[in-house]
Structure formats: structure tokens, C-alpha cells
Design a protein around this ligand. Structure first.
Ligand code: AMP
Ligand code: MG
Length: 416
């Protein structure tokens, strides 16, 4: 049996990076992989601006009573004010530029306005016991220090900084950030084209009636959806016909038009399977028995320029091997830098007494105490275990777990 880490290392070593690049508008960039570093052409914020609705003023004016200020102007977001003279304040709104001559903003909740003048009041209750007039004065000054409630130019992003690195998978935050620096498009790696084939004479498509001994083809839909969530363009060939010549012709055509040809089922050793024979005829095939559970049978090879991936047939096995092996492989082909799954050390709320001889990925979920609970049936065909779970516990071969032990939890949300 092949050790899981060795299998993954083989796959990653075989993952040739796609070098074709395309430019896409921001709203088509979700899930895509950046092909080049993004450098900010501007500061963000582009100018000092108010973080609050309130009054812009100069704190030195507190030192020279009276400490109420003449409201000399009103600056809304999108407007530009004029310089403040000593003793003046500007009515200002969130996002509006700080006028020259101001160095702080007093939030409106601590201000009182009487006849065109604004008085800044210390918060109530006062932060320390109020004494005489002097204390009150000091509090007013300390409460609004220089820079208070001002968002500084360049505070989020400095012009010329690399804000998104090549190899980043783009999501809502990255796309929003690109917009904030004024980029209408992004340069991304072209998507991977994947051909998907299901094998198994027992399979029937949803929508048709089942005869004796038949089951619905669920892998096709689960794997297709997983591929989509990785940004792949999928050609779904459905169930491959049970005929050697037809299988060879189909695989040859699929390999010529796709980056990856992926099958589910029929990779168990000894099985009479046309896909295996066809891949061996057309290219190279490595059938692996990987020391992982669920999983074990897995195939990797090449047909011409296309990679061949053979997933196991059991629905949970194909799902978990996809997440743990195929996902990093497909991401590596797209040039993604971060391939390691997110791991959290968490407390187990379950016992696992049978030490296995393979690395196990247990289907688990978090309970309200933040501990990890086990799905009671860990069979590799039970898709309800994937639906119930929100994570996998990565358990080394030979390990057992007792309630209270720390286990390594991999959130499924970070694997999709
Ligand atoms: P195999 O790897 O082909 O020996 O299949 C292992 C198990 O997975 C068998 O019980 C198959 O019926 C089942 N299986 C294979 N392919 C699929 C599929 N596409 N959808 C659901 N179950 C499948
Ligand atoms: Mg089969």
C-alpha cells in the first residue's frame, strides 16, 4: 500500500502548471486564480477622512478657552471643505475629507450644538472622578486626542504595495479589494477543462426507474459539483458504455480536448474494467492502493497531454479522495500557492477504539461546545455522513481517540 503523503507528493509532482492567462471582469473572477501579482496604483483611503459623523476641529483649540467652536462649514462625503481657522469646527460626515486645519473629529454623540456653536462634552459617566474645572478641561482634551476618528490616507493600502499575490484564489474579499483600487479586470489562469466519466453497469441516472440490482449514479453529481466549486469547466460524459472499443474512442477524444480526464468507479484491483484497459492502451496508468480510509483504490496516469484520474466508486471514498488528493492536484495545476488544508486542534467528544492500519478521515461535526462529534456510521458508501458532517478528523494509522483528546479537525468549508 502507498502511504497517503507519498501519493499526494507524487500527484503534486505530476501537476503541470497551466500557463495560459486570460483577463476577466471582476464579476467573473470568483473562484479564479490570479496569474500575476496585483499592485495598488493608489493609496486607500486616498485622503484623510472622517470615520464618524461629527465635528472636525483642532485639539490645540481646547487649550485656549472658550472651548466651544464656531461651526464654519458642512462637509458631506464626496465634498471638499475649506481650511479651518482657529476656534472653528466643520460639521463633517463619515467618509468626508478632513479639512486643512483640523486634526481630530469629535463624534456627534458627545457634542452639543447651540446657536451655530459646538461644545464637545466628555463621555458620561466620566472615565475618572470629575474634580474641578481643570479636570473637566483635561478630560475634554484627552477624550479627543490628535488623530481621533480620522482614517489616514494609505492606512489600508499604500500605493505600489502588492495587495494580492499571484496564485491567490479569488473570492468576495479579493474582488472587493481589486475594485477599491480601481481595477475593472483581473488577470487569471485559464480554467482547467475536465472530462468526467462514470463507470458501473449498475448505475442509473436520477429521473429513471431503478430495476433490481441498480443504484442511482450519485458520484457524477457530487464530483461534477466539486469540480465546479474549484472553477473547472466540466464536460460530463455520463456513464461510459460497457464496450472496449467504444471506451478507447471516448477516452482518446476526451483526452485530446481536456486537461484532465476523471472517472469514478472501476479502479479496484482485479476488476474487469474497460476504462483501465483503455487507459493502459492509450497511455500510462498507475493503479494505487493508498493507505487511507475512506479511499484506497485510486488511479493516476496520462493519456497524451491529459492527466488521468481514477476515483474510487464508493461515494464517500470518491468524495474524500477528491478533497484530500485531487483538490490539491487541480489547484496546483492552476498555480495556487496555498494547498494545505486548514487544520484546527480540537477536543474530541467521541471515542475511537479500533486502531486501523490506514490513515483515516473520520466524518465529524462541531457541537455547541466547540468539540468534535463523530457520525456513528463511517462506512465508505454512506453519503449521509458527508451531509451530516462539517469536517474531517485526520487520524494517523494506528491511532485511537478517547473523549477529551485533541484531534486534528479539517473544516469541509475550507476544502470546497
Ligand atoms: P467500484 O469502485 O466500481 O468497485 O464501486 C464500488 C462501489 O461504489 C459499488 O458499490 C458501486 O456500486 C458504487 N459506485 C460506483 N460508482 C458509483 C456512482 N457513480 N454512484 C454511486 N455509487 C457508485
Ligand atoms: Mg464498478
Amino acid at each position: 500500500m502507498l502511504d497517503f503523503d507519498t501519493a499526494l507528493a507524487h500527484l503534486l509532482a505530476a501537476a503541470r502548471r497551466i500557463t495560459d492567462v486570460e483577463t476577466v471582469p471582476l464579476l467573473s473572477a470568483n473562484g479564479r486564480v490570479l496569474a500575476a501579482d496585483v499592485i495598488a496604483p493608489i493609496d486607500v483611503p486616498g485622503f484623510d477622512n472622517s470615520a464618524m459623523d461629527g465635528y472636525a476641529l483642532h485639539i490645540a483649540d481646547f487649550a485656549a478657552p472658550p472651548t466651544d467652536f464656531i461651526i464654519s462649514q458642512r462637509i458631506a462625503a464626496g465634498e471638499v471643505g475649506t481650511s479651518l481657522a482657529a476656534g472653528e469646527a466643520a460639521r463633517i460626515f463619515t467618509g468626508a475629507p478632513i479639512p486643512a486645519g483640523a486634526n481630530a473629529v469629535a463624534m456627534q454623540e458627545v457634542c452639543s450644538v447651540v446657536e451655530g456653536r459646538v461644545m464637545v462634552n466628555p463621555p458620561h459617566p466620566l472615565p475618572s472622578p470629575a474634580g474641578g474645572e481643570g479636570d473637566e478641561q483635561r478630560l475634554r482634551r484627552d477624550f479627543i486626542c490628535a488623530g481621533a476618528n480620522i482614517r489616514r490616507a494609505g492606512e489600508d493600502i499604500a500605493a505600489q504595495a502588492v495587495v494580492l499575490a499571484k496564485g491567490t484564489r479569488l473570492g468576495a474579499a479579493e474582488i472587493g479589494l481589486a475594485a477599491s483600487i480601481g481595477m475593472p479586470t483581473l488577470s487569471v489562469v485559464r480554467p482547467l477543462k475536465v472530462a468526467l466519466l462514470s463507470t458501473g453497469d449498475e448505475l442509473v441516472e436520477p429521473g429513471s426507474a431503478l430495476s433490481a440490482g441498480q443504484i442511482y449514479n450519485s458520484n457524477r453529481y457530487a464530483i461534477h459539483t466539486l469540480l465546479q466549486s474549484l472553477g473547472c469547466i466540466v464536460t460530463d460524459f455520463g456513464i461510459v458504455a460497457d464496450d472496449k472499443e467504444a471506451t478507447i474512442a471516448l477516452l482518446e477524444k476526451a483526452a485530446a480536448e481536456h486537461d484532465v480526464v476523471m472517472t469514478s468507479g472501476g479502479v479496484s484491483v482485479g476488476e474487469e474494467d474497460h476504462v483501465r484497459v483503455a487507459v493502459e492502451y492509450l497511455g500510462i496508468l498507475n493503479l494505487w492502493k493508498i493507505a487511507m480510509k475512506p479511499g484506497k483504490p485510486f488511479a493516476h496516469g496520462r493519456i497524451g497531454e491529459a492527466d488521468f484520474i481514477g476515483l474510487p466508486g464508493n461515494p464517500v471514498s470518491s468524495f474524500v479522495t477528491f478533497l484530500m488528493l485531487v483538490r490539491p492536484f487541480l489547484l496546483a495545476r492552476q498555480g495556487v500557492a496555498a494547498l494545505e488544508p486548514v487544520r484546527l486542534p480540537l477536543i474530541a467528544a467521541f471515542d475511537w477504539k479500533k486502531a486501523g492500519d490506514r490513515r483515516e478521515f473520520l466524518r465529524v461535526r462541531l457541537n455547541s461546545a466547540g468539540q468534535v462529534e463523530l457520525f456513528p456510521r463511517q462506512g465508505s458508501g454512506l453519503l449521509m455522513s458527508m451531509v451530516w458532517s462539517d469536517g474531517l478528523v485526520d487520524l494517523a494509522a494506528g491511532d485511537t481517540v478517547a473523549v477529551g483528546d485533541v484531534v486534528s479537525y479539517l473544516p469541509l468549508s475550507a476544502l470546497l
